[in-house]
Design a protein around this ligand. Sequence first.
Ligand SMILES: [Zn+2]
Length: 230
Amino acid sequence: MRRKFLIFIGAFLIMLGLLSSGFAEEQDGFYASKIDEKIFSRIEGKSFKKDCPLPLDDLRYIHVLHKDFNGETKEGEMICSVYIADDLLDIFMKLYEAGYQIERIRLVDEYNADDETSMRDNNSSCFNFRFITHTKKISKHGLGLAVDINTLYNPYVKITKDGMILEPATAGEYVDREKDFPHKIDENDLCYKLFTAHGFEWGGNWKSVKDYQHFELPDSICSKLYPANK
Ligand SMILES: [Zn+2]
């Protein structure tokens, strides 16, 4: 009797161990780390351009899990600001748990830091250093404070007197937001809900341009984090 009881307890403990290790593995897929030499060698001269004045300590590498368009679990990598790393981990964890599909999350450096190529591949990303054209002001992506999700399905659209500027240029069939299609970000979308709950603004709500893929920290916060950046 005593022996049976011990076997029962043993089996119970093994099951508990299996359950908790499974849980740990899930959480293990989500972490942030400093930019070490190995990571820096991947971004140097690409997203982290020669003239980038940001201290490396202001950036973080984050590793996440996500569901791709086949519903399979994939690993994702992103460089972002230290100020939003925890927010992003929380957002991507909740998206993953909900089965939200993001096709790929790769470093933009794998596309030689070329936004257009990355967007055409529907890549989701964050940090890519650049100054705003004709200024010495660093853009929000340049500070790692803006994130783009499922970029092909959620393009940047600007109507000018000379016509439409569309990024990526291959996203023509996703310009009409009245149309119903998968992976469309709108105000009912979980991504929209999670990012805005974390204090981000959505580019789809802008007036002069529409940037449906884009979530960023508002100017009021960015100017406090980087008062000299103007
Ligand atoms: Zn963007």
